[in-house]
Ligand binder design. Structure first.
Ligand code: ADP
Ligand code: MG
Length: 594
């Protein structure tokens, strides 16, 4: 026990500690995230100092974090070679709350559950260590002071003493966490490794776990008689000699125990770099890390930086294949956005970053200084999340727009994600216009897909509407007498062979002031009607007996029988009435009734 100078925690600190413990007791594991991120911050600081003063690193040229588990003593140590703290720093940083705003914030806390969730806005920070610790000892060495020890059991006060062992750290900070009796899980270094991977795999400095290992080696045999010694006295030679000459004296293998630091974070946070400096291979490799699918490829990606109030960097990938369960997972919360704050993982549990139809994207977002909470509820109501979300969606549209410059390639996107786009048209009101430009359809124009925009550019003089017809497949649509007659007159018809197409069109409402016309509806106006010939009325008079006979014969099946000028080669056609369902809609409704 080291006798140190006694200090009291600032009242706010005690309150903060209580709040942290009460609101985060369900996720004590975040202590490791917080301490590693503090280590990483401290390493950033000394590296920054070294830019103008290279000698700052002389006290220890290595920059890293090392975690060690001492099972027998029930202690975990986390050691960084960062900037370290002077005696004064220890007293101030680990005894008071320096951040402005925190005190006022604490004043407003009534102590109920919703308030508790707000706590993370101010960074959970160092005090989260008391989620798992009943005693903490911080040993720290800053270049401007001797090595000091800060120690506390979190009850009211802490002590600071000069380290009697001297300046053993060289430079940096070691946090020794004495675990509470019920926190044994953190004595298992595979559990620690799992947490480092979860929260800190992209920390920019090496993070090691110090492991005690054993290995079995062939013991050196008892050295043979002096007289046998040859002139070659290297180890191997001695062993060789001994083996050859006295095989019976071969000693049993011995087990040696040694310590080794295993590097935990080999993945690099490529998103923090300038996109120009990142190679295609690096993007590919990172994608397979992010998707946790070795060798997986992406179809396209966008790497960007957002500035302003909510500074963040992000990479967004479109996987080359749509996930199999993309449309099944509509009902349960699912997130494909990994949120980091300064390289430290915060959550991938928030479904608020992207609208549902963008569930296929794989995104990493790293916010510079977002007031983000660890708790899901708060993340969801967070303003900065909304702004990040808006930005992500905008970037996605930019990406799709540039992909659609090459229609052949874009067809691959439509093949995988056409249905997602349509879902977007149905659900995402604010983006429906943009989505309408990205949709592609089969058409009578060519075998290739067409956009609505290029359909409009090919419209005939006088044509007011966009013509389409629905059916179970393109062949069926092509054979329709309605389609046939329009084609004969030189109109282009869009082939809607997906059951949701018609519903999507009704959500779009129209495109560039043109409305959508199902060519199977009875009131179709082409815009080039032949006014010189007999009117439909006159024709109806002429054919009245035939119409009457047909109506009487088909009484149970049709509502009306009319003369039409729309048909060319087919003698008759069945049409839906203007307010009725088209044959296709009937098929959908029947399907749903089953
Ligand atoms: P934050 O990291 O948001 O500032 P923390 O509660 O995590 O808040 O840490 C409080 C302060 O203690 C830090 O700002 C830093 O000055 C100091 N500190 C904590 N850990 C270390 C460390 N490993 N090395 C140097 N300073 C540290
Ligand atoms: Mg911190």
């Amino acid at each position: 026990v080291i006798q140190g100078e006694k200090f009291h925690f600032q009242t706010e600190v005690s309150r903060l500690m209580n709040i942290v413990i009460n609101s985060l007791y369900k996720t004590p594991e975040i202590f490791l995230r917080e301490l590693i991120s503090n280590g990483s911050d401290a390493l950033d600081k000394i590296r920054f100092q070294a830019l103008t003063n290279a000698s700052a690193l002389q006290t220890n040229p290595n920059l890293n974090v090392t975690i060690a588990v001492h099972k027998d003593k029930r202690i975990i140590t986390i050691t960084d070679t960062g900037i370290g703290m002077t005696k004064e720093d220890l007293q101030k940083n680990l005894g008071t709350i320096a951040k402005s705003g925190t005190s006022e914030f604490l004043e407003t806390m009534s102590g109920d559950k919703a308030d508790m969730d707000l706590i993370g806005k101010f960074g959970v920070g160092f005090y989260s260590v008391f989620l798992v610790a009943d005693k903490v000892r911080v040993t720290s060495k800053n270049n401007n002071d001797d090595q000091y020890i800060w120690e506390s059991t979190a009850v009211d006060d802490f002590t600071i003493a000069k380290d009697p062992a001297g300046n053993t750290l060289g430079r940096g900070t070691q946090i020794a966490i004495h675990l509470k009796p019920d926190q044994d899980q953190y004595l298992d270094d595979t559990r620690i490794q799992q947490l480092v991977t979860k929260y800190s795999e992209f920390i920019n400095f090496p993070i090691y776990i110090r492991r005690t290992k054993t290995k079995t080696v062939e013991a050196e045999p008892v050295v043979a008689k002096e007289t046998d010694k040859t002139t070659d006295d290297s180890e191997e030679a001695q062993v060789e000699d001994a083996k050859e000459e006295e095989p019976k004296e071969k000693a049993a293998p011995v087990t040696i125990t040694y310590e080794e630091d295993d590097l935990m974070n080999t993945n690099k946070p490529i998103w923090i770099r300038d996109p120009k400096s990142v190679s295609e291979t690096e993007y590919d490799e990172f994608y397979s890390v992010l998707s946790r699918e070795p060798g997986a490829k992406s179809m396209a990606y966008s790497h960007f930086k957002a500035e302003g109030d909510n500074e963040f960097k992000a990479i967004m990938y479109i996987p080359s294949k749509a996930p199999k369960d993309l449309y099944q997972r509509v009902d349960h919360a699912h997130s494909n956005v990994k949120l980091y704050v300064k390289r430290v993982f915060i959550t991938d549990d928030s479904t608020d970053f992207l609208p549902r139809w963008l569930g296929f994207l794989k995104v990493v977002v790293d916010a510079e200084d977002a007031p983000l909470n660890v708790s899901r509820e708060t993340v969801q109501s967070n303003k900065s999340i909304k702004s990040i979300s808006k930005h992500l969606v905008k970037k996605l549209f930019d990406l799709l727009k540039s992909m659609s410059q090459d229609e052949t390639k874009y067809a691959d996107f439509i093949k995988e994600y056409g249905t997602a786009l349509k879902l977007g048209a149905l659900e995402d009101k604010s983006n429906v216009k943009k989505i309408s430009r990205l949709l592609r359809y089969r058409s009578s124009n060519s075998e290739n897909l067409t956009s609505l925009e290029s359909y409009v550019s090919r419209m005939k003089k006088g044509q007011k509407d966009i013509f389409y017809f629905t059916g179970a497949n393109v062949d069926e649509i092509k054979q329709s007498p309605f389609v046939e007659s329009l084609l004969a007159r030189g109109y282009e018809v869009l082939y809607m062979d997906d059951p949701v197409d018609e519903i999507v069109l009704s959500h779009l409402g129209g495109f560039e002031n043109k409305s959508f016309q199902n060519v199977g509806k009875s009131d179709l106006k082409l815009g080039d009607e032949d006014h010189s010939a007999e009117t439909e009325k006159e024709l109806e008079q002429k054919f009245l007996p035939l119409l009457d006979w047909m109506h009487a014969t088909l009484l149970n099946d049709v509502e009306k029988v009319r003369v039409s000028k729309r048909l060319t080669t087919s003698p008759a056609a069945l049409v839906a009435n203007d307010f009725g369902w088209t044959a296709n809609m009937e098929r959908i409704m029947e399907g749903q009734a089953k």
